[in-house]
Design a binder for this molecule. Structure first.
Ligand SMILES: C[S@@+](CC[C@H](N)C(=O)[O-])C[C@H]1O[C@@H](n2cnc3c(N)ncnc32)[C@H](O)[C@@H]1O
Length: 200
């Protein structure tokens, strides 16, 4: 939740779509702590008149999401912007997916972080999700990132292994190379074999 920027935007959009039924559950283990966010996000939510839409759970998403799954909760949108390591982000995805209706979306923020970028690549290569929206970095940074990744790709060509992504997946990955936020849409429930793996 932090300063509540995305919470206010999401809650406002949800309320205009779903009216009084709109509900946004957020996780933030330090939102209320005075030596951390000191309730700044909650205050913004209140100031925007959105307190009835937003429910803050004062715990990590990794602990809170499995409880929501157990309670039978269903959702149509997930926004992941918490602890930015690969494993924490993947765990957030894993549990949100279990509650997400087919056709629903998950948005990953800060996809320039290698950790989060890799999670998005994992999802697009291994799960029944399709690319739904991309927010690119600004006009000036984009060519620099492109050039850096192109250089890496050329070098990588010299040392291909069978752990490289398929051509189809590589083409999708190129679209998110300079993305700072990526939205994916759930196409269908998980139907993989128990040992499925696609390189990402
Ligand atoms: C990058 S900020 C989020 C910014 C927010 N989306 C916005 O637009 O204002 C990350 C937030 O995640 C919270 N956080 C850190 N670790 C977390 C965890 N394990 N589970 C859930 N939230 C966590 C932090 O306290 C912080 O509020």
């Amino acid at each position: 939740m932090a300063f509540g920027v995305s919470t206010v935007c999401l809650a406002d959009a949800l309320r205009s779509i779903a009216g009084p039924k709109a509900r946004l559950i957020t996780f933030d283990p330090t939102q209320r702590l005075t030596d951390s966010w000191n309730s700044a996000g909650l205050w913004q939510v209140e100031r925007a008149g959105l307190s009835s839409v937003v429910e803050l759970r004062h715990e990590t998403s990794q602990r809170g999401l499995p409880k929501l799954v157990d309670s039978g909760y269903r959702c149509q949108l997930g926004f992941i912007d918490g602890w930015h390591t690969f494993d924490h982000t993947l765990i957030d995805f894993f549990y949100i997916d279990q509650m997400l209706d087919v056709g629903g979306h998950i948005v990953f923020d800060d996809t320039l972080y290698p950790s989060i970028h890799r999670v998005v690549r994992f999802v697009l290569a291994n799960r029944n999700y399709e690319l739904a929206g991309i927010e690119h970095v600004d006009h000036y940074t984009r060519p620099l990132l492109r050039a850096k990744r192109m250089g890496k790709r050329l070098l990588h060509r010299l040392a291909r292994t069978n752990l490289d992504p398929s051509e189809a997946h590589a083409a999708i990955f190129r679209q998110i190379e300079s993305a700072q936020m990526v939205g994916v849409r759930k196409v269908s429930d998980d139907d993989r074999r128990f040992d499925h793996f696609a390189a990402f």
